[in-house]
Write a protein that binds this ligand. Structure first.
Ligand code: ATP
Ligand code: MG
Length: 396
């Protein structure tokens, strides 16, 4: 059986002038994602991407699973290729969809004839193929309004394609068409979800993680790496920058009022992340903050953190409830890893009474007691680089 995957473009079909570029990026992302799975040809024609196995060891089942995580795909179907004549179409349909047809009671046929030179019109194709299916599967009846299975025949330029149900794709827009941003990633529940959400909007990611050895362990860092590996199934590969943060935290603890500890620490995080963003061509930062969740996530506290940023800070979870965030983290499979109990640098030093309405003037005054620039430079010198998700992909 000549089986392949037919992919329908998502929102990108609407994007007018950008469309050519979006399609090209999507094709590149698909190729990368399935490259390790044996030979596949990936080509676009008439708003559809055809993914065709080319070698006996091409793993089409795994290719389908991976395609489900590629952003920019609205829907896809597995299909069988037939010759462009009605006899072959009938045979292929009965054979390819036989198991599914056995399991349902009602069906209908839909024909899409984009090759107008094909001698039969759509209603004729439907009648002829429908009749044949009824002969072969006498338990069936036709239900044009509410069929349990729709058999679709697409007559295209080079061949005809037969398929059953279409499945939903990951939606969104292709990663790489929305610029590049740096995600501040902790080991918690929220930031991996924020990363996923921005990747869904086409943003390519770079990750920044603050670690505080010896207060935080190697295993805490491994946990963050594991979370990013999961995110990279959707976002594509990325580089993770691990920043040593203990010294900065100690200095804040020594020299600043306790109730401002968190806010000043967060300003440092933003400043450092922004420096990494500049070096890696990221034009925005992303965090997993949600309004009101903790003391540092009030409007006042966020205003004080953002004051040190000169590039946009995206907070895709800002209006979401914890439950809604958890639902996504379960869906993308980060939840179980996020709740593993390793300490984060933020939880190592937590003030008892953090300021929920910090006054910017005092925050600045307090931070000015520290030599902010050299602390940042020193932290940047100690940055460690880890490649994430590179074994998932192969350049082609
Ligand atoms: P998360 O579940 O993502 O940890 P949270 O609700 O626990 O979020 P905080 O711990 O206050 O909230 O952190 C808010 C945001 O700051 C995080 O979503 C993340 O973007 C960033 N952040 C926190 N800790 C770190 C860290 N150790 N390294 C990098 N970014 C961090
Ligand atoms: Mg956290």
């Amino acid at each position: 059986m000549n089986e392949l995957i037919l992919i329908k473009l998502g929102e990108i079909a609407l994007k007018g002038l950008n469309r050519g570029n979006f399609e090209a990026v999507l094709v590149k992302n698909i190729k990368r994602r399935i490259a390790p799975l044996g030979g596949f040809k990936v080509k676009t024609a008439q708003s559809t991407i055809y993914v065709t196995p080319t070698t006996p060891n091409s793993d089409i089942d795994e290719a389908e699973r991976r395609i489900q995580t590629v952003f920019g795909i609205a829907a896809y179907s597995r299909a069988a290729r037939a010759e462009k004549n009605i006899d072959d179409i009938k045979q292929v349909a009965a054979e390819y969809l036989g198991d599914e047809l056995e399991q349902v009671e009602s069906f209908k046929v839909e024909a899409k004839r984009s090759d107008k030179k094909f001698p039969m019109k759509s209603p004729e194709i439907c009648a002829e193929l429908g009749g044949y299916i009824l002969e072969q599967f006498p338990h069936l009846h036709v239900d044009v309004h509410n069929p349990q299975l729709t058999v679709t025949v697409e007559i295209r330029d080079f061949a005809a394609y037969v398929h059953g149900r279409s499945k939903r794709g990951a939606g969104g827009i292709p990663v790489g068409t929305g610029g590049k941003a740096a995600i501040l990633i902790s080991g918690g529940i929220d930031s991996p979800v924020a990363a996923y959400m921005m990747a869904k909007r086409g943003v390519e990611l770079t990750a920044v993680h603050f670690a505080s050895p010896p207060y935080t362990s190697e295993r805490a860092e491994q946990k963050v790496k594991k979370l990013l590996e999961i995110v990279s199934r959707y976002s594509g590969r990325m580089i993770m920058y691990t920043v040593p943060f203990a010294k900065i935290q100690q200095q804040i603890l020594q020299s600043c009022p306790e109730e401002l500890f968190t806010i000043i620490m967060r300003r440092f995080m933003m400043q450092i992340a922004q420096r990494i963003a500049e070096r890696t061509e990221c034009s925005a930062l992303i965090t997993g903050e949600s309004l009101g969740q903790v003391a540092s996530q009030t409007i006042g506290a966020i205003a004080c953190t953002d004051e040190v940023c000169s590039i946009p800070v995206f907070r895709p979870l800002i209006g979401m409830d914890k439950e809604e965030i958890i639902t996504i983290s379960r869906k993308i499979d980060t939840f179980e890893t996020s709740i593993e109990p390793y300490e984060d640098c933020c939880t190592v030093f937590t003030p008892k009474h953090p300021r929920t309405r910090p006054v910017l003037k005092y925050v600045r005054l307090a931070q000015d007691k520290l030599d902010t620039q050299s602390l940042i430079d020193e932290a940047l010198e100690g940055v460690k680089i880890t490649k994430i998700g590179f074994d998932l992909y192969k350049e082609n």
